[in-house]
Design a protein around this ligand. Structure first.
Ligand code: IPE
Length: 267
């Protein structure tokens, strides 16, 4: 493996928080995940989601729909406060496990103009050369068109993949991987291995699209983020963070329960 390359690990908000309960942390689960991440021996950038520290207030104030009324600022202030707290908790948990983690606030380094993103990753690049592990999160970013919008951690992984030499992206979710519906039996089955092309043809199980609090698209949003990620990176992996040891199995190239998505179908 090319040691210059970097892995992105996205810790889903659904696994480190109780998504239906405002600001409810799954502290023990977070520590267990951070413990496994501490064994990761490839440089990485960590991205975490919001879970109930972001989605509930975002929905209440329609933050995901962009600016439409002044009262939304209350929601923006609250989400900034809650997400700053969550990022601090994540970073502290990583540091406790020995990871040299340092947080960077996403909307301070990414905004959106008419034709794309304005980014400034200089500090993150420097931090990586110093062997630090940058930690970013899904955030509310400022945009030319809507004033603001939510940038999910999944889309953030895409922007990072466009700007860094990324090897693999690992999504730590609260489900075992990507389930697809078997057209013959009607059953939902865990896909262990998929190619980018497969994603155009399979029918993703609707069971995974049922989170009413998620303002960034749930599994549908993840699939489209994965499709564009596979334009940049060779491998994307989806695993269940309720079983953090699966991260170690990935590292050790052992069998694990999850979905591996590859850019190209092997011939
Ligand atoms: C959402 O990020 C960010 C905010 C709501 C501020 P994500 O969409 O990546 O969060 P999770 O992982 O789904 O909770």
């Amino acid at each position: 493996m090319n040691s210059k390359k970097i892995d992105i690990i996205k810790i889903g908000g659904s696994v480190i928080t109780n998504k239906g309960e405002y600001r409810s942390l799954r502290k023990k689960q977070l520590s267990l995940i951070c413990k496994e991440i501490s064994k990761w021996d490839i440089k990485c950038i960590i991205v975490h989601g919001a879970g109930s520290f972001g989605h509930i207030i975002a929905k209440q104030y329609s933050i995901h729909l962009g600016f439409s009324y002044q009262e939304q600022m209350k929601g923006i202030f609250q989400i900034r406060k809650d997400m700053t707290e969550l990022s601090e908790i994540v970073v502290n948990s990583l540091v406790e496990e020995g990871v040299k983690a340092l947080s960077f606030q996403t909307s301070a380094i990414i905004s959106e103009n008419k034709s794309g993103y304005d980014v400034n990753f200089n500090s993150i690049k420097k931090a990586l050369t110093l062997d630090l592990t940058p930690v970013l999160a899904g955030d509310i970013i400022f945009t030319e068109k809507e004033g603001f919008r939510i940038l999910s951690g999944d889309t953030l992984a895409n922007i990072l993949a466009n700007n860094f030499e990324i090897n693999r992206v690992i999504f730590i979710s609260d489900i075992d991987g990507i389930y697809i519906r078997n057209k013959d039996t009607g059953e939902d089955e865990l896909a262990t291995s998929l190619s980018k092309d497969d994603l155009d043809f399979i029918s993703i199980s609707i069971l995974q699209q049922s989170d009413s609090n998620d303002v960034t698209g749930d599994m549908k949003g993840k699939i489209s983020a994965i499709k564009s990620l596979l334009e940049q990176v060779s491998e994307v992996i989806v695993i269940n963070g309720n079983y953090p040891k699966r991260l170690t199995s990935i590292q050790n190239s052992e069998n694990f329960i999850g979905t591996i998505l590859i850019a190209k179908k092997s011939t």
